[in-house]
Design a protein around this ligand. Structure first.
Ligand code: F6R
Length: 600
């Protein structure tokens, strides 16, 4: 969470450049944004605002070859101008931005207030900048340059914080950035010309300017100015060699063309992606099958939508490959790792590859000697770099905060790997081709009209209940999540069998009830659940390969075997999308969310 972008060099219009960098990182948080730039007298000027960046202008900021910007996803302190980053010290010479949570900020703040520091915000972040100022003021100067004092103070201050954090501090007096990290991602870029260096929370924000990147590791502190970049260990201050990577990734064009939203564009992308996976000859796929076969326990771990893909994986491997794989929500996984051994395999599923709950639990699991695999969409992400075995999802950039194509790619790869484990890749390809063609039919304008009219029908619903069994259970969970986050309508997915154990008490006249009924052994029992809901007055929406008289609304889906989960999910994505449109919500940036969740 929180987009970070910093620049130092000799280019013109540096505030504009940093602002463009921030725009490309806005999906990381859009509660507020802000920039700091030094004036000719070494004082910092700040421009901040709440809400999305939009078409704001930053030409009121001084243009002196250095600026730092931040987009915020609020953790501590409300969404206000005062709480927007960057935060300044009392002298107005140091600016600081932050990603993470300084868990012990209250005790630090108490001490700083006693020594006369004046706080302007309610954030945990602001303690960091005052603490740096305080440490510098108390340091013995002994002829040391301001740059050295500043670097030492950042290191000392960072050492006092508990929690997972990344900070970038900018000193207008010595014209230097110092950044430290223990958790959230930070990447430095070294320009070939303009004596320039960059810092950002995502590589893609720097790549338009330079492909020479340094991916900071946890426990490092980095110093950037016009003369170059140096890296030290946070623990002992020891300097380390800076090993740049020359990045040759293709920069994808992020263009929604004439479509109104990225979410719709990304839903439309799915048929092609699925057919691509069906045709894939990547050697990593049989390698993954072999790894799972040889492991003494495989765990699929992820968060949110990715967690539902992991849960679907347990059914997929059981059904297709007769193989037991385990599942855990990543934020809970660290409490389940006691029985892991070096023979265990843990596979993290993630679109961004930056989700801190996932990375943190994988690091803890690695402490048990396990092998780590990754099914991840973003090349070069933290998960991609930390994994021993990796498979890219090849879904292309996912910009909309609501995840769509990354989920169906994860399902498709899990199915393909399960079929390879069964030594029947041909059947895997076949069902994915059928699912890809069916997804194409679901996104066609004729089919979308049906979903649009269903969304109109449901637009005043307070609650929507969704049931499924087997692999359709995680699909029901994912369907409910799409509806909730895109349209703010309360939706709940659950296993159809659980209905009579409590949830049925909530069904009233006209309560929308959606059932996923693919042509498998779950059909009859899920149907019984829907009939029970209908008896209590529910409005029944059946998603199946065949109609039934209990359905008030029927959305037909061709039988794709276990891969019916894919077109079924696409229907739910479109329903979430059209409900959002009905309610006038921007489905690309729903309230309170961020694309990359890098705080706990
Ligand atoms: C839902 C959504 C989130 C993410 C979750 C994990 O639409 O986007 O639930 O799936 O935050 O993110 P990744 O996959 O990037 O690890």
């Amino acid at each position: 969470m929180c987009g970070i972008f910093g620049y130092i060099g000799t280019r013109k219009n540096v505030p504009g450049l940093v602002f463009e960098g921030l725009k490309s990182l806005e999906y990381r948080g859009y509660d507020s944004w802000g920039l700091a730039a030094p004036d000719k007298n070494g004082k910092l000027r700040i421009l901040k605002n709440t809400g999305k960046i939009g078409d704001s202008r930053v030409d009121s900021l001084p243009d002196n070859g250095m600026a730092l910007g931040h987009t915020r996803w609020a953790t501590h302190g409300g969404v206000t101008m005062e709480n927007a980053h960057p935060h300044l010290d009392c002298s107005g010479r140091i600016a600081l931005i932050h990603n993470g949570i300084i868990e012990n900020y209250l005790e630090i703040k108490k001490e700083l207030v006693k020594t006369g520091h004046r706080f302007r915000s309610e954030t945990d972040t602001e303690v960091a900048v005052h603490l740096i100022e305080e440490i510098i003021s108390k340091s013995e100067k002994k002829g040391l340059s301001r740059k050295v004092l500043f670097g030492r103070a950042v290191r000392q201050a960072f050492g006092k914080f508990s929690g997972l954090n990344a900070v970038i501090a900018m000193d207008a007096e010595s014209e230097v950035f110092v950044a430290a990290k223990n958790g959230s991602p930070l990447i430095a870029g070294h320009g070939e010309s303009h004596g320039e260096n960059f810092l950002a929370s995502d590589a893609h924000a720097i790549l338009p300017y330079t492909r020479r990147l340094y991916f900071m590791e946890d426990g490092e502190i980095i110093t950037l100015d016009r003369s170059g970049i140096t890296v030290q260990n946070l623990a002992d201050g020891q300097e380390k060699p800076v090993r740049f990577q020359q990045i040759d990734w293709k920069i994808e064009k992020e263009d929604k063309g004439k479509l109104p939203h990225f979410m719709l564009k990304e839903i439309f992308d799915q048929p092609k992606i699925l057919l691509g996976i069906a045709a894939s000859t990547e050697v990593t796929l049989p390698e993954f099958a072999k790894l799972i076969d040889n492991s003494y326990g495989t765990y699929l771990v992820g968060c949110g939508t990715a967690a539902y893909a992991c849960l679907a994986g347990t059914y997929i491997f059981s059904k297709i490959a007769k193989k037991h794989v385990n599942f855990s929500v990543a934020s809970e996984f660290s409490y389940l790792i006691d029985f892991l051994t070096p023979k265990s395999l843990v596979i993290g599923l993630s679109q961004s590859g930056e989700t801190i709950d996932l990375l943190d639990s994988l690091k803890k699991a690695r402490g048990k000697g396990v092998q780590v695999g990754a099914l991840v969409n973003v090349l070069g992400s933290s998960l991609y770099r930390m994994a021993d075995h990796k498979q890219l999802l090849h879904a292309g950039t996912e910009k909309a905060v609501v995840s769509t194509k990354a989920f169906t790619s994860k399902l498709a790869y899990l199915m393909m790997i399960a079929y390879l484990l069964k030594k029947d890749g041909v059947s895997g390809r076949k069902i994915l081709e059928t699912a890809g063609r069916e997804a194409a039919r679901v996104v066609s304008s004729a089919y979308r009209k049906k979903i649009q009219s269903l969304a109109e029908n449901l637009s005043s619903a307070k609650d929507i209940y969704i049931i499924g069994r087997g692999v359709s259970y995680p699909v029901a969970l994912e369907a409910a999540l799409k509806i909730k986050e895109a349209s703010y309508v309360h939706a709940e997915g659950f296993p159809a069998g659980e209905l009579k154990h409590g949830v049925i008490a909530l069904i009233e006249k006209n309560t929308p009830c959606i059932g996923f009924l693919p042509n498998d052994e779950t059909y009859n029992d899920t149907l019984s659940g829907l009939i029970e809901m209908k008896s209590r007055g529910g409005l029944i929406i059946g998603i199946s390969n065949k109609p039934h008289e209990c359905f008030d609304i029927f959305l037909p889906v061709v039988d794709c075997g276990i891969a019916s989960a894919i077109p079924n999910t696409v229907i739910a994505q479109l329903l979430g999308y059209y409900l959002a449109i009905q309610k006038g919500i921007d489905p690309d940036k729903p309230r309170n969310l961020a694309k990359s969740v890098t705080v706990k």
